[in-house]
Design a protein around this ligand. Structure first.
Ligand code: SF4
Length: 386
């Protein structure tokens, strides 16, 4: 029996807003910032919209995000120029990778313009950024070429099954799997690679798709697409998460290895969320992302920026730091917008104070309710991106 969570409609998704603390001292942009657990800041996820055209039950259940859901008004969203300015300031602190997310990022009009503004940015040591995007693939076939031309490096596509009926049930808007596969093909043809495909596995819903997905991406992409299986997570406050619905990654690996022997691979970069496995016969690789059964908070170097400029330090956070007043100032209060140095210092200060490790703490809690932690309202994944 799903547990119903009642959240005031207007506040769905948007956790509490914390004012940005006035730093006692400047935090210089050294390119090597560390938080309280000595974790660097190397990965920035930017949500460019809170809208999505799917209603995946583990993220944006239809019964909560109905047709009258009050999305953010356009003037509340950060402009492309504001996003680019913040991204540039984050690179001064060590960010090397930027991932555009949502909601569904391709619903944001002219997204390639933003990509074109971000692509020239450089890391603190002058290297090009790794500029990527996570999408449900519904609009990818139309957009792939323009995104590549604008400077996007690669894409991650969410796809929770190959069976059309299963997939339509999971996206809950009757969207056909063939169109997402066409999007993946268009991304490959446009050179947006290596392509990653993420499948959220939920027991009793789509675990029967694990092997068909593995067979399909092995057979059709000659290793050019990396399939990753994500453990179903207690993100947000609306998906009715239960531990019983989690298929541990160890079980996923076992199922695949029974048909295709696997060998473990090293992480391709520090802080990588996926554990990598190669097909022993050279047929490519898969990954598993095990936030529930094998937490990886000790290496988490990710920050998340919401579409209206709130900085979240963890996917399971219940509050974010509002950077927008720094960007825009407040004419009525006679507050001028902050300088680059002031904003960079504020970001540094916020990160230095970070000690988030939700998944590790969850692992230490006993049963479902305890696992789900105290009833704080966590921010919705659709609001800050996965
Ligand atoms: S739970 Fe939070 S701190 Fe841990 S890995 Fe996920 S985002 Fe990072």
């Amino acid at each position: 029996m799903r547990s119903e969570v009642t959240v005031p409609l207007a506040d769905i998704g948007r956790a509490r807003r914390a004012a940005v603390p006035q730093p006692q001292h400047d935090v210089p942009a050294s390119g090597s910032l560390r938080d309280r657990l000595h974790r660097p800041l190397t990965d920035l996820r930017i949500s460019v919209t809170d809208r999505c055209n799917f209603r995946c039950s583990y993220c944006m259940p239809k019964e909560v995000f109905g047709k009258d859901h009050p999305y953010l008004p356009h003037d509340a969203l950060l402009s492309f120029e504001e996003i680019t300015r913040l991204a540039r300031l984050f690179t001064l602190h060590g960010v090397r990778k930027i991932r555009l997310t949502g909601g569904e990022p391709l619903l944001r009009k002219n997204l390639e313009v933003l990509v074109g503004q971000l692509a020239p940015l450089r890391t603190a040591d002058g290297a090009p950024l790794d500029l990527t995007l996570t999408t449900n693939g519904s609009l990818l076939a139309r957009k792939a070429r323009a995104l590549k031309a604008a400077g996007l490096d690669r894409v991650t596509v969410s796809l929770d099954g190959l069976d059309d009926a299963v997939f339509r049930r999971m996206n809950d808007v009757d969207f056909p799997v063939a169109d997402v596969l066409a999007g993946i093909e268009a991304a490959r043809a446009a050179g947006l690679g290596p392509i990653k495909v993420n499948m959220v596995v939920k027991r009793g819903t789509n675990e029967q798709e694990i092997l068909p997905m593995a067979r399909h991406f092995r057979a059709n992409y000659g290793g050019g697409v990396v399939l990753r299986f994500i453990e179903y997570m207690d993100v947000g406050a609306t998906n009715g998460w239960r531990m019983d619905d989690v298929v541990p990654s160890a079980e996923v690996v076992q199922r695949i290895a029974a048909e295709f022997p696997l060998v473990p691979l090293e992480a391709s970069a520090p802080g990588e969320t996926a554990q990598r496995w190669a097909y022993a016969d050279g047929g490519g690789e898969i990954g598993v992302i095990s936030s529930v059964t094998q937490a990886f908070c000790h290496e988490c170097s990710r920050a998340r920026l919401s579409t209206e400029g709130r900085l979240y330090l963890c996917l399971f956070a219940s509050s974010g730091h509002d950077l927008r007043p720094l960007l825009r100032g407040d004419e009525r209060q006679g507050v001028a917008p902050a300088s680059d140095a002031q904003i960079a210092s504020a970001i540094g200060h916020i990160w230095q104070g970070r000690s988030d490790r939700y998944s590790e703490l969850r692992a230490g809690r006993a049963d479902d309710a305890a696992q789900a932690g105290p009833a704080v309202r966590r921010v919705e994944m659709s609001y800050i991106g996965g």
